[in-house]
Design a binder for this molecule. Structure first.
Ligand SMILES: Nc1ncnc2c1ncn2[C@@H]1O[C@H](COP(=O)(O)OP(=O)(O)OP(=O)(O)O)[C@@H](O)[C@H]1O
Length: 265
């Protein structure tokens, strides 16, 4: 890669937030994720990279049980959030998704006002007792998503009327409004132009002071810019996982090296 720049950052090891052990995912007979063990750290951005179809999104969706919504999908193994098994029958997936929020590839604001998009989660989870408290959460979330200044005078306008980059930041504001502990992002910049991408990347870097962020990306430059840890998936296996600088400059596995140098993928 010619313009691969690894951003030097403090890579102190943080506490383990999510631990996955021997995770297998099947779609019917098809084995999409094979025996994956990984520790996702708190206050760290973790990038999932790998060729198309290698299972990045499938594994990401295991982390907040989004795969529960796919009938043919079966998940085996153990995934814990702060040492609690998220697949325990006692766990309510809706509550889990408030703790492990998600931002998708294509901005998907609800057909509601900007305010109501952000207020949605706090309302359904009963997080506020008054309109003033809700106003406060909406403002704080929009500020966190670096969107407040652009929308503060039109909170009643439809979220779908914003530009693509603004819509994606609105979706980030909606995801952070429930004060999650982990934020999952599935190719969050793939529908954005370079300026909006830069804004979202800057935001990801800020968000990690409060959350653990996991991002699926096809852009190795993006992984190098925003993450401190990188996991390389290939054919459903987690081939290599480590500090981003090490993965990009000194990969231990031949398959990782082939991928980052553009020989597979
Ligand atoms: N809903 C589904 N039903 C059946 N098979 C699926 C489903 N979603 C994904 N798969 C299969 O699981 C495998 C992993 O797909 P997944 O989307 O997780 O890969 P990915 O690495 O995220 O790919 P991409 O980078 O192209 O988004 C692929 O073989 C895919 O066809």
């Amino acid at each position: 890669m010619n313009d691969m720049r690894i951003v030097e950052r403090n890579v102190d090891t943080k506490a383990v937030k999510i631990a996955a052990r021997k995770v297998q995912v099947f779609y019917g007979q098809s084995h999409a994720i094979k025996d994956v063990d990984v520790d996702i750290l708190d206050q760290t951005v973790t990038a999932f990279i790998g060729p198309s179809g290698c299972g990045k999104s499938t594994f990401l969706r295991c982390l907040n049980r989004m795969n529960d919504t796919i009938d043919s999908c079966r998940v085996e193994g153990r995934i814990t959030l702060d040492d609690e098994d998220i697949y325990d029958p006692k766990v309510d997936p809706v509550q889990l998704r408030a703790r492990v929020g998600m931002v998708f590839q294509k901005p998907n604001p609800f057909p509601k006002s900007i305010y109501d998009n952000v207020a949605y989660g706090p309302r359904i989870h009963g997080l506020t007792r008054s309109r003033a408290e809700l106003d406060e959460i909406v403002e704080k979330s929009l500020r966190r998503a670096a969107l407040w200044n652009e929308v503060k005078d039109r909170l009643a306008a439809p979220g779908t009327g914003l530009s693509g980059g603004q819509q994606q930041r609105l979706c980030i504001a909606r995801a952070v409004a429930t004060n999650p502990e982990v934020l999952l992002m599935d190719e969050p910049c793939s529908a954005l132009d370079p300026i909006a991408t830069a804004q979202v990347e800057e935001l990801i870097d800020e968000l990690r002071s409060a959350f653990s962020v996991v991002i699926v990306t096809h852009s190795m430059q993006q992984a190098a810019r925003v993450s401190q840890r990188t996991a390389f998936f290939h054919l459903g296996n987690l081939v290599e996982y480590g500090e981003t600088g090490q993965i990009f400059t000194n990969p231990h596995d031949q398959r990782t090296e082939s991928y980052i140098t553009g020989r597979i993928g």
